[in-house]
Design a protein around this ligand. Structure first.
Ligand code: MN
Length: 482
């Protein structure tokens, strides 16, 4: 099905002329047991309006009490992103919407808990992080009838289970230049959040929600163009499509002499377009002021340093560590770390396995989830059998698949398959026999027809049912040529 995008020609952006500038704001639900300011349960998928209490509903007299675990998780993420953790203040962000029972959201404004960090993409590019602040989530409204939006709905229903769930809003700098980089950023951020135990990272359940600021400018320009913020992007695929559509729309406007207007827009997955929601609010519209019911939050050096000391190894560190140990390019380690196979590969390399073969197997032949349970010394043994010539690459792949499935050792699997090393003299005898039996082919080979080598290799493979090493056959042919 092709999607009608009107006059906007998505996919044909002249990237030599135009540059796309993207900054992402990611809201991550923190994996606490209870909500940010009360003891109502923080859980996804419950019966509507069951995980609520007086504070969730904004009833008079209810007072917020800060959740210590949420603060700890916020500090973990901040430190993992290289931020400075600072004393911070909660503020009221005032706006009226039915999913916000108090008519204000408790957030952080001019004094956020985490400032000035960065995130390294698997490509090695570094994206700046402006801030990562704590705030509470809103309830979830469903507009019934009409197009699923409030203005044409017959009625709306509200579930307050999500209201007050702790969020960390991670605001990235506008350092992203392509839809692919945007997707890579979100997937890396998700990996970090999961690694430090701050979030389950489930985009499909709304644990991770992305707002996307897009502008365009002529390549070479250093000024930022007018941006639009796209809401409701809930998958990596949508993120890439939304950026591409929105950039093409803005270029179209500029090229026809119309200004881009600062707007909040909504991504519609079904028609593949962004639609205007409202003209963009400025901070003034929210009438921020310090939350009078909460004192300033100063975690103190001791707490921050304890959290820092307890941080696990992060994906970027894992990629660098593996690249260094294997003498590989950073990008060759991305998938290995994503699959959680870097410890296995490092141990196998440590045990004497060829680093390059080890990484190749991890990327090409170890997609199976059980691969992480492989015994590193068995993997090392397999790689050694292969590099030592006892197994061909194809045989090694077969053996490896069985090692993952059964946990058996490579030598016995190879023996069971009859994958035994071909004796050198056996191979020599076979090649000599073929030369004698095929004088015409041999003459052409000697005259420099290199393609005919494939004939001899093929014959040997047929006779050995694929067990011979093709390279060894070619070497023998060349040695016989004299
Ligand atoms: Mn927010």
């Amino acid at each position: 099905m092709s999607i009608d995008t009107g006059s906007i020609d998505v996919g044909s952006i002249d990237t030599g002329k135009w540059e796309i500038v993207v900054g992402l704001e990611v809201h991550a639900e923190l994996a606490t047991r209870t909500k940010l300011f009360c003891s109502a349960v923080n859980a996804f998928g419950g019966e509507p309006n069951t995980n609520i209490d007086a504070l969730t509903l904004g009833l008079p007299g209810s007072m917020p009490v800060l959740n210590e675990h949420a603060v700890e998780l916020a500090i973990r993420v901040g430190l993992a992103l290289g931020c400075t953790v600072s004393p911070s203040t909660f503020a009221r962000k005032n706006y009226f919407y039915p999913d916000l029972p108090k008519d204000y959201q408790i957030s952080q404004y001019d004094r956020p808990i985490n400032v000035d960090g960065s995130l390294e993409l698997p490509s090695g590019k570094v994206i700046g992080i402006e801030r990562a602040h704590l705030e509470e989530d809103t309830g979830k409204s469903t507009h019934v009838g009409g197009g699923g939006r409030i203005h044409d709905a017959g009625h709306s229903i509200i579930d307050y289970n999500r209201a007050g769930v702790p969020l960390l809003e991670i605001v990235g700098r506008p350092d992203i230049r392509t839809p692919e980089e945007a997707k890579s950023y979100v997937s890396e951020l998700r990996a970090i959040l999961v690694a430090v135990g701050a979030s389950d990272g489930r985009m499909e359940e709304g644990s991770l929600r992305v707002d996307c600021n897009v502008s365009v400018r002529l390549r070479g320009s250093t000024e930022l163009g007018t941006r639009c913020e796209i809401k409701n992007v809930n998958s990596l695929r949508s993120l890439g499509r939304a950026i591409e559509y929105e950039a093409a729309r803005q270029i179209d406007l500029i090229e026809s002499g119309e200004p881009v207007q600062q707007q909040t827009r909504h991504w519609n997955e079904d028609d593949g377009r962004t639609h205007k929601l409202r003209s963009k609010e400025e901070a003034d519209d929210y009438r921020y002021f310090p939350e009078p019911d909460l004192v300033d939050l100063d975690p103190g050096e001791e707490w921050i340093e304890r959290v820092r000391a307890e941080l696990p190894m992060l994906p970027a560190q894992r990629r660098h560590r593996l690249a260094e140990a294997a003498g590989a390019e950073l990008t060759q380690t991305t998938l290995v770390v994503e699959r959680g196979l870097d410890d296995l590969c490092l141990a196998a390399i440590e045990a004497g396995a060829d680093p390059s073969r080890t990484l190749t197997h991890a990327v090409q032949n170890l997609a199976d989830e059980r691969a992480a349970d492989l015994d590193p010394s068995a993997l090392a043994e397999l790689v050694k059998m292969e590099t030592g010539g006892a197994l061909t690459a194809t045989q090694a792949k077969t053996v490896l698949a069985e090692m993952v499935a059964s946990g058996a050792d490579p030598a016995s699997i190879a023996a069971a398959h009859g994958f035994e090393a071909m004796d050198d003299s056996e191979l020599e005898g076979m090649v000599d026999g073929l030369i004698e039996a095929n004088p015409e082919e041999w003459r052409r080979f000697c005259e420099g027809d290199t393609k005919i080598a494939g004939f001899f290799v093929g014959q040997v493979m047929k006779a050995t049912r694929g067990q011979a090493d093709g390279k060894a056959v070619t070497a023998l042919l060349n040695s016989r040529k004299g």
